[in-house]
Structure formats: structure tokens, C-alpha cells
Design a protein. Sequence first.
Length: 235
Amino acid sequence: MYHALWADWYLPAALPALEQLFFSRVPAGSRVLDVCCGSGHVTKELVRRGYQITGIDSSAALIAYARSELPQVDFRVQDVRCIQLERHYDAALSTFDSLNHLLTPDDLQMALSGVHGILRTGGLFVFDMNLEEAYSLDIQEWTVDISPNRIGLVRGTYDPVTKKASTELICFSKISEDNLWRQSRSVVEQRCYNQSEIVYALTQAGFRRIETVSARAAGVTSGLGFGRIFFSAWR
């Protein structure tokens, strides 16, 4: 359901920022870790640009899909809070506010420390996260996406007291020509961190140089850029 609703949405909108912050800084042929790679929609672009990729995600279902699409890539089912890999990497990338899915500061700290640990000295980690401005758009109204064989509904909520956000997903997929449809439901949770909290966690993880830029300033002109911030951190 995740892949069906969002696979073709993030990358076209985020590409100007990724060009500026990642692709221009990391030469082709570099060994790159795709952190929280999901179904591999950004991994495909990394492969196309000639990087040597390892992709990790905690969802076995999404990793299975990614492997079916990119059998040449080393995909692993791993929790980002306890990364276990045999080699070091020149760079790491985490996209589509994946790290907002870590629901406690300790979880975020563990993930950033894990990424720091697999980077070579001087290695770059680029990632994006949603700030509170982005979650202010979650006003409990359904967004509907309709295609001939699929109907997707998305609704978000945000609690400014707990800093927790939830996204409810409902997907209807046509499975036969006699108008039989399958319904799938899921709830995705995130936590809102402010910029200072994220920078502090990066510093505690050992990153020596940290840069931040809003998605808008990095060239993201669509709604994806609203309340989104990109971090570049060097080991």
C-alpha cells in the first residue's frame, strides 16, 4: 500500500534538493547506504547514477518488493536503530522524512549513531525531516487519489502536545475484471522533532560538521517542501 500510494510522488519533487546536497557531492561509483529505503523508489535513482548501493529497511514486505525491482542491489531487512553491516560507506542517504518514524529521542539518537558508525572518515549523511509546520497541514481531512485500478485515501492528524502525528491510509485495489476490489488499511506514526533537537542528536552521534537548509531553499517548489528541512552531516 505504501508503494502504491507514494512511490512516484517524492523523488520528482525532491530531486532539486538531492542534486544540490547529495548527487553533486558524492561521485558515481561511491559506496552508498540507502537508509530506510522502503520499496526502493529512490534506490532506483541511486543505481541509475552509478552508486554501489546497500539498502536497509525494517519492513520485510517493502524489502521484498525492492529486491524484485532491483535484484542487483544488496537489500537487508534491518532496524535503523541497530545497523549491522560488514563494511564502511562513502555516504548515506535517508529520504521522505523516514527518520520522523522514530518515536523517541533515544531512538533517533541510536539511528544517527548507527549511521555515523558505518561511514568512513569524511563520509556524508544527507536526510530530510518534517518540522511542525509540515504537520500543521494534517487537519483530519481525507485526500483522495484515483486511478483506473486503485483508489487511495490518506488522512493525517497531529497532536502539538505530544508531538505525535498519525497518517491513516486506505487503499482499494481492483483484483479482477468482474469489479472485485481488495481493501487495505494502515496507520503510520511519526514524531515531530525541532531543528535544535535534531542538530543536538547529530552532534551527540559524533558528526563533526552539520549544515541545514529548508526544502524550499534547496529548490523543492511543490507542497512537499512545506515544513521540510534537509540535513547534511559529515563524519
